[in-house]
Design a protein around this ligand. Structure first.
Ligand code: PMP
Length: 355
């Protein structure tokens, strides 16, 4: 057949459908969405669905504009931040020079570069899993930085982001803030100062709405005009009416989310300490997951053992540098106690076998 696209797709974490399981493989939030979101869902007037959603999602963008202290003209909504990121890649990366991102980061970046024929270059993370910005060549087509990074969980301070923005003023720097509410400072504070900054955010993680698919991007008016033009050349109504209403309700319940996400951070710190005690090396995480490697027990064996016990985590056997690490999303404290117990039992069993 002539004309068929050849592309290696992004491989998402599996979505098993067991009635009893601990699903900590795709960094979903451990808690339900806010009660205000659920009430809005119940009260939603289905008759409205006859109509298309508003082109600019004005209700949602104006609530976000108030919350973030930026103009509505600077916000573009999308079907999850994956959608906004894909639009941003197409909108901002059209030069002959490579777009740069770390070699260990969100797997979709290489996929979009391949899909949209964008040249790219991966910069190796240093021994502590931090990006070495001095390795960025002079002539580049743009920069993408997940902050905090995934799947390492490691966050960069705003001073590092500023350094990047200052050193590369002629290209767009995309900062992917999917996990920013679990640690770290948002680069939104830098928007007034740097016209080459574009930030993407999502309701999937900190607002516990992964299944709703709503994300947004923020940048100055010039960048927003370009990304909106690309969005409108492709799928203008990507955030539907129901999704907009529910995301709006989530935006209006910061107190609930602060409390739930605070619990996740607490559980993350507790789990990191506990698994360190049983021989894991845990990278310092500012997200709702940890990346951890056991000193003696191979990740694949732990992964299989957990799976047999209906605990689903993620690991990346094809990524050499982190092939022996497990990525564990932070569930509720009760779930993580079960996981810790299983991990302790398995590690002990392997250690006894080795004696
Ligand atoms: N960026 C990063 C770093 C992620 O891990 C994810 C979630 N897989 C996304 C963006 C996209 O999330 P969503 O499309 O659900 O907003």
């Amino acid at each position: 057949m002539i004309g068929l696209k050849k592309i290696t797709p992004y491989v998402a974490g599996e979505q098993p459908k067991l009635s009893k399981m601990i699903k900590i493989n795709t960094n979903e939030n451990a808690f339900p969405p806010s009660p205000k979101v659920l009430a809005t869902l119940k009260e939603f007037d289905g008759d409205q669905l006859r109509l298309y959603s508003s082109l600019e999602n004005e209700n949602l963008t104006s609530a976000l504009s108030k919350k973030l202290g930026i103009s509505s003209d600077c916000i573009t909504t999308g079907n999850g931040s994956d959608d906004v990121l894909a639009l941003a890649f197409q909108s901002f990366f059209n030069s002959e020079y490579p777009v740069v991102f770390p070699d260990i980061t969100y797997g979709f970046y290489t996929v979009w570069c391949e899909l949209f024929d964008i040249p790219y270059m991966e910069i190796p993370l240093d021994d502590d899993f931090h990006p070495d910005f001095t390795k960025i060549p002079e002539k580049i087509g743009g920069i993408v930085l997940a902050n905090p990074n995934a799947p390492t969980g490691i966050v960069q301070p705003l001073s590092k982001i500023e350094e990047l923005l200052q050193c590369h003023p002629n290209v767009v720097v995309i900062v992917d803030e999917a996990y920013i509410e679990f640690g770290g400072k948002s680069a939104v504070a830098l928007l007034d100062k740097y016209e080459n900054l574009y930030i993407t955010r999502t309701f999937s993680k900190d607002a516990s709405l992964a299944g709703l698919r709503v994300g947004y991007g923020v940048g100055n008016k010039r960048l927003t005009e370009v990304i909106k033009a690309v969005k409108n050349a492709y799928n203008p109504y990507s955030v539907d009416q129901l999704a907009e209403a529910l995301a709006l309700a989530a935006t209006q319940d910061s107190d609930y989310y602060r409390e739930m996400n605070g619990k996740i951070i607490e559980t993350r710190e507790w789990l990191s300490k506990e698994v360190t005690r049983i021989g894991f090396n845990v990278l310092p995480s500012a997200t709702n997951f940890i990346l951890a490697e056991h000193e003696r027990v191979p990740a694949g064996e732990i992964f299989d053992f957990l799976r047999e016990n209906h605990v689903f985590v993620r690991y990346f056997p094809n990524k050499e540098r982190i092939a022996n690490f497990l990525r564990i999303s932070i569930g509720t404290r009760e779930e993580m106690e079960v996981v810790l117990k299983l991990l302790s039992e398995f590690v002990k069993k392997i250690e006894i076998q080795e004696q």
